[in-house]
Design a protein around this ligand. Structure first.
Ligand code: SIN
Length: 561
């Protein structure tokens, strides 16, 4: 439980690269930027507490025949339901193999076939073991068992800690970006750094940077049930919006079809790779368990994720059952323990033996396909501000991300962003950083009603789940909009009246992101990819390629209206 802020004097300091967030996008950007200047990484909690750490599946990348770049592109476009940006898809997929070599050089170990198969033969023992997930027509997912994210984080953190040019500030939370627009400069909008709070002292420092990399990950905590850790409160998207960056496609929230259904499992993910190794999806009918996915798609349980999550939702609503089941009992215990050590152990904790029992699962919010609009270099519409990884929206994922394309995107865009900043960095901002004021609490008082924060936090997550989830209707969206409007007003007033705390900062961001999701969902009068509205059940002809776009108006624009 966070304590109210103290009034310690703020400090200010300068760096070349400010990286906000410490998942794969942030740490790769830090390592790539380090030879070119001083890097500061700020991260809300411990350095390894981020979405990356929980990534089980792996990294989709073309590494061996019979796979081809064209096949990976085709699968990505097919999952993306007409909204992927073709040039970006090509660039990111083709950029993959080099970035995998970077990871290997930094010490990441990917599982080899010889580690899993007994009779693989010496000439193939060293080949990558390639997993398969929903929407992929080939095995192409590099993995480290089922703890790929943990392995990647381990190696990157070790590298960053060993590099004296990189300073990592743990337990530091970005409060807001600093932009020339904040200073009411109406010309080109430059990012100049961020205000950052030390969670221990609540002191807010001014970090001035030449380049700012937003790598804050996703916003799963907007929903009641999510596979994401507590840090995923949408901070980056909310801050970028306040700094007048363009935001895209927030209606496309990906629900992972298979999270463990158990009161104490906190939506623990059961990787899609389990289906890639042959698991089927079953629902209880009388005293029997029957497969249902072939009624929905010819790829069955390995259909693209939006289709599987919607099918499960439909089956649960139709039958009134609380969960469906994964069945992988045909694989040997030996194989399952080696291929899925973490999932196997977690299931056992709850009395479920993967090799003998059905695994109860339900969908949960998992990934935000929209975000801060960028090009393939992560460059946003704010000069010197980059958004990389889940916080960004390059156009790779379109209306539905292909499984395991996210770590690939983070790796390629992090590399590109550093190269872009070196070659095309937006130069000197039009106002001197000396003119940036330090954070001031003004007349704000210590909060007298912390309960408001917890109540609003819960209320948002619950109505987002009920009204803005897998199955949407116009009426539900309108209900959600009415509620978020009131809550946002209350939260903004609270924010300006009282001294800010980490909980309040996160709540404000969460509410802001919830409203963006609702606004984009209301604006899209069709069903496409992850966005399904029963009042517009078909994709609109001719709307392929039309992104949803949000941008906070400037003071001058509001005045002109
Ligand atoms: C999974 O392992 O099922 C998740 C992978 C992903 O979200 O890309």
């Amino acid at each position: 439980m966070d304590q109210p802020a103290t009034r310690t004097a703020p400090s200010r300091f300068f760096c070349d690269y400010l990286v906000i967030g410490s998942g794969v996008a942030g740490l790769v950007a830090a390592l790539k930027a380090a030879p070119h200047g001083k890097v500061v990484v700020v991260t809300k909690r411990q350095v390894d507490e981020c979405n990356t750490r929980y990534a089980q599946g792996g990294i989709a990348c073309v590494t061996a025949e019979p796979d081809t770049f064209d096949a990976h592109v085709a699968d990505t476009l097919n999952a993306g339901a007409g909204l992927c940006h073709l040039d970006i898809v090509h660039d990111i997929i083709r950029g993959g193999p080099e970035r995998i070599r970077d990871l290997q050089e930094w010490g990441v170990h990917f599982t080899r076939r010889g580690e899993l198969e007994d009779n693989v033969g010496a000439q193939h023992a060293q080949d990558f073991d390639l997993g398969r997930e929903g929407g992929h027509t080939q095995r192409r997912v590099l993995h480290a068992g089922d703890v790929t994210g943990e392995e990647v984080e381990r190696a990157l953190i070790e590298r960053c800690r060993a590099d004296s040019r990189i300073q990592i500030l743990e337990n530091h939370l970005a409060v807001d970006l600093i932009s020339t627009r904040h200073a009411h400069w109406e010309g080109e909008n430059y990012c100049l750094g961020a205000y950052v709070m030390d969670r221990a002292t609540h002191r807010i420092s001014t970090l001035i940077s030449r380049f700012t990399f937003l790598t804050t990950g996703g916003a799963g905590k907007v929903y009641l049930y999510t596979s994401n850790p507590d840090v995923a409160s949408g901070d980056g998207v909310a801050m970028a919006y306040r700094a007048h960056a363009e935001i895209r496609n927030m209606e496309f929230i990906q629900f992972h079809p298979t999270c463990l259904y158990h009161p104490r499992a906190k939506s623990f993910l059961i990787s899609e790779a389990v289906r890639g190794e042959g698991a089927t999806l079953k629902i209880r009918r009388h005293n029997d368990y029957v497969e249902f996915m072939q009624d929905y798609h010819e790829m069955g349980a390995l259909a693209p994720r939006d289709i599987v999550a919607r099918a499960i939702d439909q089956e649960l609503k139709r039958t009134g059952q609380p969960c469906v089941f994964l069945d992988i009992r045909h694989r040997s215990e030996k194989f399952l323990r080696k291929r899925f050590p973490k999932i196997f152990a977690k299931c056992l904790e709850f009395g479920i033996h993967m090799g003998r029992d059905l695994i109860p699962v339900v969908p949960a919010a998992h990934y935000c396909c929209g975000g801060v609009g960028t090009d393939v270099n992560g460059a946003t519409t704010v000069t010197n501000l980059y958004a990389i990884g889940e916080v960004g929206c390059t156009g790779l994922h379109g209306a539905n991300r292909l499984a395991s394309n996210s770590l690939l995107e983070a790796l390629v865009v992090a590399h590109n962003a550093v190269e872009h900043s070196r070659r095309n960095g937006g130069g000197e901002p039009p106002i001197s950083p000396d003119l940036i004021p330090d954070w001031s609490s003004g007349d704000a008082k210590d909060s007298d009603e912390q309960i408001v924060i917890f109540h609003n936090w819960d209320e948002i997550r619950r109505f987002m789940w009920d009204y803005v989830g897998i199955h949407r209707t116009t009426k539900r969206l309108e209900r959600a909009k009415n509620r978020i409007r009131l809550l946002r007003k209350e939260i903004e007033k609270y924010y300006w009246d009282f001294i800010v705390t980490p909980d309040l900062i996160e709540l404000r961001n969460l509410a802001s992101v919830a409203e963006m999701i609702i606004d984009c969902a209301m604006a899209r009068k069709e069903s496409r990819g992850l966005h399904f509205n029963a009042d517009f059940p078909e994709a609109e002809k001719g709307s392929a390629g039309k992104d949803s776009v949000l941008r906070r108006p400037t003071k001058a624009e509001i005045w002109l209206e």
